[in-house]
Design a protein around this ligand. Sequence first.
Ligand code: FAD
Length: 476
Amino acid sequence: MSEQQQFDVIVIGAGPAGYHAAIRAAQLGMKTACIDAALGKDGKPALGGTCLRVGCIPSKALLDSSRQFWNLQHLFGEHGISAKDAKIDVGTMIGRKDKIVKQFTGGIAMLFKANKVTPYYGFGTLHPGNIVKVKQHDGSEIELKGTNVILAAGSDSIELPFAKFDNEYIVDNVGALDFTAVPKHLGVIGAGVIGLELGSVWKRLGSEVTILEALPDFLAAADAEVAKTAAKEFKKQGLDIRLGAKVSKCEVKKKEVHVTYTDSEGEKTIVVDKLLVSVGRRAASKGLLADGTGVKLDQRGVIEVDEHCHTGVDGVWAVGDCVRGPMLAHKGFEEGIAVAELIAGLPGHVNYGTIPWVIYTEPEIAWVGKTEQELKADGTPYKTGSFPFAAIGRAVAMGEPAGFVKVIAHAETDRVLGLHLVGVGVSELVHEGVLTMEFSGSADDLARICHAHPTLSEAIHDAAMAVDKRAIHKAN
Ligand SMILES: Cc1cc2nc3c(=O)[nH]c(=O)nc-3n(C[C@H](O)[C@H](O)[C@H](O)COP(=O)(O)OP(=O)(O)OC[C@H]3O[C@@H](n4cnc5c(N)ncnc54)[C@H](O)[C@@H]3O)c2cc1C
């Protein structure tokens, strides 16, 4: 073992949370190391975590490719553009995705160099006294000591005991981002964000897609009206979403997966050629902590932290998917930055009430703040204003009239409590709500902001006006 290296900050994990923490710490003048164990498809170390390698970015690359193909077949006709016999070359599509992934994972390595973050490639374990031992890919071990250690180990797919990943027939997100051909019939367990996004990719390319969801409600975390509209649109696209369907058995027989589930009508079996299991993710805390560190894990392996991401052990922090809160890259970004700033004595802070959620399906789904269901449950008085994209000139001109915007404001103060959107481009529009809520703005503030015409953002303007029943383009 080589001599122990000393750092002001050691970050374990170079995903969104970890690389933000490392770069910000280095910017603030701290001697920083960042350790990551991941390898890319080429077998070489790849920074950027789940997000850049097998999550946010590759899924969006495939969503974009598949959307082009779908539009070519379903939307172009009404523009007078014919594309007879359109074909998809899956190898080219996956190659494009891999190129984008490589560009971004390589980009993190460059950012580390530019900011003087020292990368270590291997598996890191925290030992008592803020010592981190790194088992490098060549088998050697090095020892680092940090005044501060930030745990940013991220998350892994949850595996079901009766549907073990074999990476050929039963896959997780990694497999479903790398199919070499369009599956004839793709089964998906779990109608959450990942199941819906990856199910959409392969549906648009021609798969029959059946999504089995154990819960009785569709997208329970979203506003109920948004979820209802989205479900209707997904049905039109041919996504077969079966609710209240509890899967109990999955068997691979003759290159097919037999998936048995029970719903209100009894036991049923579907036969698919690929099965994506997307039932959630769990904190990747296995092997991260040696005995005696004092860092606590809950029953699900989530690292326990306070509101400042501090573990309660002197100098040990944790951020991103491996701690409580939504498993979203941008939540990790903010926690990583906040912790680096807190270590430097600055007032680092994350406003968990204004973290936006986005599902990149067609239509897109996005929201920030509270839903009507939540406000009803906690007894907050509220008022709402909605506006449909079908009455927005830009959306109709784009051939994308589905969906609506809903502004929720406090009934007495008019302060915006939530913005809920379903429709084209809402992944970008939701930030009007984030900004308004960050500045404690009201529905009236939103209604008085001049929005360019014709844009999709006019739906927010009209929805804000509708809160006080003064929308111009619809009967109030
Ligand atoms: C298919 C898919 C699509 C997604 N799409 C979106 C999206 O559109 N928007 C969004 O906000 N979120 C999305 N997510 C979620 C997002 O990817 C995660 O929330 C985010 O990556 C979490 O960041 P993180 O830094 O906490 O962890 P991770 O990104 O998981 O990174 C953790 C890193 O730490 C490394 N590591 C773990 N333990 C150790 C150890 N002991 N030693 C060394 N290295 C270690 C891992 O190898 C990994 O590289 C998606 C996820 C998936 C799977």
